[in-house]
Design a protein around this ligand. Structure first.
Ligand SMILES: [Fe+2]
Length: 385
């Protein structure tokens, strides 16, 4: 189980496996910390955090900050879903307004106002801590015409859930969610006729679209207060382990855990989102496609964790049950991904709405047959949450 250790708490004898935000340095500095001079050198190189493997270290590592691969805490939720949904809806609206405002600022050549993004990040994390089902549900009920405005907060939601699942907390979690919220900031500098083109891009247009990753990194580098982890997430969210990604075609040994995580979150959201020119994949379809891309392009271990975190049938998605009813997934079971708690809402046999009823699938002889795109039945998910 890896541990995240601030550089100021690092000691000779610890075994470094990763330097977050510094893929190139990771290569040079991986292994046992052999001397205090090496620690001083890393401080000069701008390193603030190390990921350490305690099992290969010669000294004990301090108590958390979080360990990236520990189990998430479980316990009662601090807010009901309906209460938290209201607050989460306002966070989604705030994010939309902030995207529009920052788009305008950056196009005018002004620096990005990181403060508002920081506040929104804090509020998203707080919402996730009160009841993470609310943000997860909202991610499912977006308007396809607002993909660009809502994709960032949706990816931030996925990053939040995923990072919490892996045990990240506090400052590291904040930097990761902030990076996810800003990952596509470079799109503000992509020509709008290409950005908003309602169809397949030509090769030339796609090449320009790809520039958004480089533009984003440039904007971040000019933003006061940005951390290496947040920059890493923005700069490398389209890189792939086999070097086929962009903008730099980095190889696996140059890609941090954070870059690998954002790639999964971004890709999953894009695949499962309804766009003007393509239907959304169901979550199992998207995960199957992503599995086919591992381990060559995507990190298998992290993808496995991502699937355990999001669930085969994510909270807020719709499923068809063996009893002939459609239901909305309300909560995943911690160990039985096929047996979530669901709310039945529609009878496929009678083709009509039914009185909503919650079912723990672990306690009923009813099974999920397949995931359902609510649009196929002209149903609005938002009506059932
Ligand atoms: Fe992107």
């Amino acid at each position: 189980m890896m541990k995240s250790v601030p550089l100021k708490h690092a000691r000779v004898g610890m075994f470094v496996v990763e330097i977050p935000g510094h893929p190139a340095l990771t290569l040079a500095r991986q292994g046992l910390i052999s001397s205090p001079e090496l620690l001083a050198q890393m401080a000069r190189e701008g390193v603030t955090q190390l990921i350490v493997d305690p099992s290969r270290s010669q000294v004990s590592t301090p108590a958390p900050p979080p360990s990236p691969l520990s189990a998430p805490p479980t316990g009662p939720r601090a807010a009901s879903l309906s209460d938290e949904l209201q607050r989460a809806r306002s966070l989604y609206s705030r994010s939309r307004r902030l995207q529009q405002k920052s788009m305008h600022q950056v196009r005018q050549g002004q620096p990005l106002d990181l403060g508002e993004f920081e506040l929104l990040t804090t509020d998203l994390i707080d919402s996730g801590a009160r009841n993470d089902a609310a943000l997860s549900c909202l991610r499912q009920i977006r308007n396809k015409d607002e993909y660009l405005l809502q994709h960032s907060v949706a990816v931030a939601t996925l990053m939040l859930l995923f990072a919490r699942h892996l045990g990240y907390r506090d400052d590291l979690l904040h930097q990761m969610v902030l990076g996810a919220l800003l990952h596509d900031v470079g799109k503000v500098l992509v020509k709008s006729e290409i950005l908003n083109k309602p169809g397949k891009l030509t090769d030339e247009e796609f090449a320009h679209m790809k520039d958004h990753a480089r533009f984003g990194a440039d904007i971040m580098k000019r933003t006061p207060g940005i951390t290496a982890i947040t920059l890493d997430i923005v700069a490398n969210h389209h890189e792939k382990l086999d070097g086929s990604g962009y903008p730099n075609g980095l190889a696996a040994d140059q890609l941090s855990t954070f870059a690998r995580m954002i790639t999964l979150c971004d890709m999953y959201d894009a695949m499962t989102s309804e766009r003007v020119y393509h239907r959304a994949m169901t979550p199992p379809q998207a995960l199957k496609l992503m599995r086919s891309m591992a381990p060559e392009k995507l990190d298998s271990e992290l993808l496995g964790q991502f699937i355990r975190c999001i669930g085969l049938y994510p909270v807020g998605s719709m499923v068809a049950l063996s009893n002939g009813q459609l239901a909305v997934v309300m909560e995943n079971h911690p160990t039985l991904p096929h047996k979530p708690r669901v709310k039945t809402v529609y009878s496929l046999t009678d083709r009509r709405h039914i009185m909503a009823r919650e079912l723990e699938l672990t306690q009923h002889n009813v099974t999920i047959q397949h995931a359902v795109d609510p649009a196929q039945y002209k149903l609005e998910l938002a009506n059932y949450l």
